[in-house]
Design a protein. Structure first.
Length: 650
């Protein structure tokens, strides 16, 4: 149990905050005129519905109030009068409607207030003991307001079952994963803890052969209309100024969460893996626990999944390497429902990590592969979705398809996953399947007869490099997309989505380049390097041109979008091309060369198919650019030419 101790001297003085979390002591100076002593908060505390919350502390008065405010995704704000004071404790009564979550507590006396810290407050109903059953090692009850919820799917990652009319379930679990989880049904939410983590799973504590009871509490909500924030590839490692840049992301995403909730829709988030960066777990002492402290700051309930960089780099075995994720985050695969949509979270990494051993980081190699046990679990899970017109949203890290190649009018995309054909076959019985992936740090979509994949660019853009101190001062991905996230709006079975760049307006959906001015030389963009070195990365942009061509990068493009360009009212022919983004070249490759370093091969600019080219009649005529997305929203720019290529361009 972790405790936080507050030593508050009488009248005005310093408050010493002592924490045993991570076995370190922190001291925070606070000013207060409330004379209390020995106030301490547990890391978590359980209370009954409408029950009494009792805390340690002396000097508290019955005329004082305790302000309890939700932190992160936890909802609610309460100001409760102290009801009872003893020599070393004080108490308040929580309202019946109080929901479990993470809360900041403040003692209030008149116009003065004393922050006490924060704690997870759990609401626990009186347990109904579920009788043992032969061969069943995990049992429990799923309730809402103390009443059993029928038909909830429950699993240990191998076995799958459903609750009965009383909300009771049994599993013949071997407890290999060490947890049991529910597929939260539509119209409900689980408790929230540690800021924004849905408590849809319970850790198992008894031996594999001993029966144990694990219960779940749900809360009824209307999430038929909901928003989903899709966030991929954080790569947090406390390097390249990442945590400072991450604060910019937090400010942006939390503002957008607030904006998207104004219409009354419930808001959730899902991360698509690579929360951390395995290479730096040990060398920088920044692994999953540290990364999760940052994820907790996103102000909506967040579901997480593992990426290839979220495995232990000292372990050359997929099963054992993923144990830290299970210990520090959540199950590596599971499902949940929001409204009428069934979401499936998959772990599609087989981590090989050649040469690893205790104290030695391996090659960190891996395959895109869904292991057989998970495939079998997926079949069982989807068997409970009996209406095959139910929208299915699959969330996983590695892209299902490769970045499509554009050849003439053809788009060529090959399946990336080793057993992608098997996954497609399983999903083929459903008529509406969306697949959300990350991993590539670029945006692209692929549509086939079975599904539509949405590969989402990275929160970290180019691994936080272009915004690093002394670099480009921007935040740009390998395909020229701004670093950011996607926002999905779901109403029943109808879905819409858009990509949101960090620090960018919601309607910023494309960027234009005047190719007459897109001439990348070492003199201009990497003066400490050479044209010979830079031309390897600049490619065709290393040659001066005067053909009046304009390039348009439309990062959210899919087959239902339309790109139109006019010059003096005359429409120009728009041609889709497969080329690199020049802004990324000068923001990453050029500046790495300028710093005397070689650009990392996996970080350099990618050819992308969301590029469009037109030819103007002259070098200085303005162009009217009109881009319409698949939902009819229109984005426009009057492009003034000549237009310079620079790291701060829009």
């Amino acid at each position: 149990m972790k405790w936080i101790l507050f030593c508050v001297p009488l009248l005005v003085g310093n408050v010493c905050v002592m924490s045993s979390c991570n076995e370190e002591t922190r001291y925070t100076a606070l000013q207060t005129s409330i004379p209390v002593q020995g106030v301490s908060l547990p890391a978590s505390v359980a209370v009954a519905p409408g029950g009494t919350l009792t805390l340690d502390g002396s000097g508290v008065q019955v005329t004082d109030f305790l302000r309890i405010e939700g932190v992160g995704a936890s909802e609610g704000s309460y100001e409760l009068q102290v009801t009872d004071v003893a020599e070393a404790t004080f108490s308040v009564v929580l309202p019946d409607e109080f929901r479990a979550g993470t809360y900041a507590l403040t003692l209030v006396r008149g116009a003065q207030s004393l922050p006490l810290g924060q704690t997870d407050i759990r609401v626990e109903y009186a347990q109904v003991v579920v009788p043992d059953k032969e061969g069943m090692t995990v049992k429990g009850r799923v309730t809402c307001e103390g009443r059993g919820v029928a038909g909830v799917v429950v699993s240990d990652g191998f076995e799958v079952t459903q609750t009965d009319d009383d909300g009771i379930y049994y599993l013949p679990s071997e407890k290999a994963n060490g947890y049991v989880f529910i597929s939260v049904p539509g119209g409900y939410e689980a408790d929230i803890a540690t800021g924004n983590q849905p408590q849809f799973f319970r850790r198992l504590t008894a031996s594999a052969t001993m029966s144990e009871q694990q219960d779940f509490v749900l809360h009824a909500v209307d999430n038929t209309r909901h928003k989903l924030f899709v966030m991929a590839d954080f790569h947090l490692a406390d390097r390249t100024n990442d945590l400072v840049q991450y604060d910019d992301f937090l400010n942006d995403v939390n503002s957008q969460i607030a904006a998207e909730s104004l219409d009354g829709a419930r808001v959730y988030g899902v991360t698509l893996g690579d929360l951390s960066w395995d290479l730096y777990w040990y060398s920088r002492s920044f692994a999953l626990p540290e990364a999760m402290q940052e994820i907790y700051k996103v102000e909506c309930p967040v579901f997480n999944l593992p990426g290839n960089h979220d495995n232990d780099p000292y372990v050359a075995d997929d099963w054992r390497a993923e144990q830290p994720f299970k210990d520090d985050v959540c199950p590596t695969y599971y499902s949940f429902n929001l409204g009428e949509v069934h979401y499936v979270v998959l772990d599609n990494i087989r981590y090989i990590n050649t040469g690893a051993s205790e104290g030695t980081v391996g090659d960190r190699d891996y395959n895109g592969y869904i292991v057989p046990a998970q495939i079998e679990w997926l079949k069982k899970d989807l068997a409970y979705v009996t209406d095959k017109s139910t929208p299915i949203v699959v969330c996983m890290h590695i892209n299902f398809y490769q970045n499509p190649i554009i050849s003439g009018n053809d788009e060529i995309a090959m399946v990336t996953l080793d057993n992608g054909a098997e996954l497609k076959s399983i999903l083929s019985e459903f008529s509406d399947v969306q697949v959300l992936t990350g991993h590539t740090h670029i945006n692209f979509t692929v549509e086939d007869e079975t599904l539509m994949e949405h590969n989402t660019a990275a929160v970290c853009a180019t691994w936080w490099w272009t915004g690093n101190t002394g670099y480009a001062g921007n935040h740009i991905c390998k395909d020229g997309s701004p670093g950011g996230y996607a926002v999905w709006s779901i109403d029943g079975r109808d879905m819409e989505w858009y990509y949101k760049g960090t620090g960018c307006d919601r309607d910023y959906q494309f960027r234009t380049y005047d190719l007459n001015e897109t001439y990348i030389t070492a003199e201009k963009y990497a003066p400490n390097s050479t044209d010979e070195a830079l031309s390897e990365y600049a490619g065709t942009y290393a040659t001066k041109r005067s053909d009046n061509k304009v390039l348009i990068n439309v990062w959210g493009y899919d087959s239902a979008w339309k790109v139109e360009v006019t010059e003096d009212g005359r429409p120009l022919e728009v041609r889709r091309v497969w080329v690199k983004d020049p802004l990324h070249i000068i923001s990453y490759e050029a500046l790495r060369l300028n710093a005397g370093s070689s650009p990392t091969s996996s970080f350099v600019s990618d050819n992308t198919g969301h590029m469009f080219e037109v030819t103007a009649s002259a070098p200085d005529t303005p162009l009217e650019i009109r881009v319409t997305d698949r939902f009819g929203r229109v984005y426009t720019e009057t492009m003034q030419r000549p237009k310079a290529l620079s790291c701060d361009m829009k």
